[in-house]
Design a protein around this ligand. Structure first.
Ligand code: ARG
Length: 399
């Protein structure tokens, strides 16, 4: 009996060639699984499914995981203020564990002993796929055809032609793009020279289409965005709507050099208007509602959380433990943040409020409403500085 393989399928060139390659090289039965994480494939999902079948897949499944992506992956990222190296909101890193979950489910469903992905050996996504599968299903074999075949992009196009796989290589030819609800990653082509400015045509989600500033208020409950200008919205819609709005003012572009897990520095362009606006608002609300020590400790853990997620450790015990800390920290992150978007590309927090705010007007004010007991500070400051004052006094005696 031939081997059955469940392949993570995007509909693009590499994974389409991978379908046929696995059949030819391993005499396998290939089931293609496409997961909708909000990428907007630029064509119908039916067309994606048909292409997998045309390439020779015995079955092709499309799974709508948009709500799951929003609720179970974007929400934890918001609560963790998830930014890798302090900048990148983990767009691709968040979607890979979603895909892995479904890949493993489908492998079980179809009784397959192997799963496969189309990543090359140079990126992070192979790490996320493989480490993810090993966490959820250590018994499954993981295959990475694109790491084995050693084909250039041109050779892939040629093979697709020879195998009569209908490929529409349009924009893809210029850039390698990965998109989901949380934003878009753009690599390759003209961007590979880190000194060269990114061409304007690389951007699609952050083109300025208004000259007017836009003000909008995001309401949070326990660290989760739930309302937009007072309207209750499901999280997937809220993310999309903030993204559209922020993107129309040109906000949300990143142009960075980042450290991949495999040791390569890479120049990356991202468009994450919704993600960056929501993260800005969430983190600002924490400034208002988190007790100082909790806030500082959380800030120390956040880079570690982002690193784990970036490095493919979504299902690791350390990540789970940090998540538990973060969950506990979010109970009072409830309130509203007003953002102002000023074209082109500026977003700032205009105001914030919360019923559980720790900002106490009486304590903060310098006017007549002051409730702070100034006399208490004298003893506090004397004892706070006692150690260093003692040290300083001794310095004079030591020559
Ligand atoms: N550098 C980003 C990351 O590692 C983006 C990866 C984009 N993936 C892709 N297959 N184009 O998360």
């Amino acid at each position: 009996m031939s081997k059955r393989i469940v392949l993570a399928y995007s509909g693009g060139l590499d994974t389409s060639v991978a379908v046929r390659w696995l059949i030819e090289e391993l005499d396998a039965e290939v089931v293609a699984v496409a997961v909708d994480v909000g990428q907007g494939p630029g064509e119908s999902w039916d067309a994606v499914r048909d292409r997998a079948l045309a390439a020779g897949a015995v079955d092709a499944v499309v799974i709508d995981a948009r709500v799951e992506m929003a609720e179970q992956y974007c929400v934890p990222a918001i609560r963790a203020n998830g930014l890798y190296e302090g900048k990148y909101p983990l767009v691709s890193a968040l979607s890979r564990p979603v895909i892995v979950r479904h890949l493993v489910d489908q492998a079980r469903h179809f009784g397959a002993g192997s799963v496969a992905h189309g990543c090359t050996g140079k990126g992070n996504d192979q790490v996320r796929f493989e480490v993810g599968v090993r966490c959820l299903a250590p018994d499954l074999e993981v295959l990475a055809p694109a790491r084995v075949w050693g084909l250039s992009r041109e050779e892939c196009v040629e093979l697709a032609g020879k195998w009569e796989i209908p490929i529409s290589v349009t924009k893809e030819r210029l850039y390698s793009i990965d998109e989901n609800l949380w934003g878009k990653a753009i690599e390759c082509g003209a961007i590979e020279d880190p000194w060269a400015d990114a061409p304007e045509d690389a951007y699609t989600l952050t083109r300025v289409s208004t000259n007017d500033a836009i003000t909008t208020t995001i309401g949070f409950e326990a660290g989760v965005p739930v309302t937009l200008d007072g309207r209750k919205l499901a999280i997937a819609e809220l993310i999309a709507e903030v993204g559209r709005l922020a993107g129309s003012t040109g906000f949300g572009r990143l142009d960075i050099v980042e450290n991949r897990r495999v040791g390569i520095k890479s120049r990356e362009i991202y468009e994450c208007p919704g993600a960056l606006a929501i993260l800005k608002a969430h983190s600002d609300l924490e400034d208002l509602t988190l007790e100082r020590d909790l806030h500082h400790e959380k800030a120390r853990l956040e880079p570690r959380w982002a690193e784990l997620v970036y490095d493919g450790m979504w299902f690791s015990p350390l990540k789970a433990a940090i998540d538990a800390f973060i969950d506990e920290s979010q109970a009072n992150v409830t309130g509203e943040v007003r953002l102002r978007f000023e074209p082109p590309g500026v977003c700032r927090v205009e105001g914030r409020r919360s019923d559980v705010s720790l900002y106490d007007y009486g304590l903060a004010t310098y006017d007549a409403a002051d409730t702070f007991r100034h006399e208490d500070s004298e003893g506090f400051v004397a004892i706070w500085g006692l150690g260093v004052a003692t040290w300083a006094a001794r310095q004079g005696n030591v020559e």
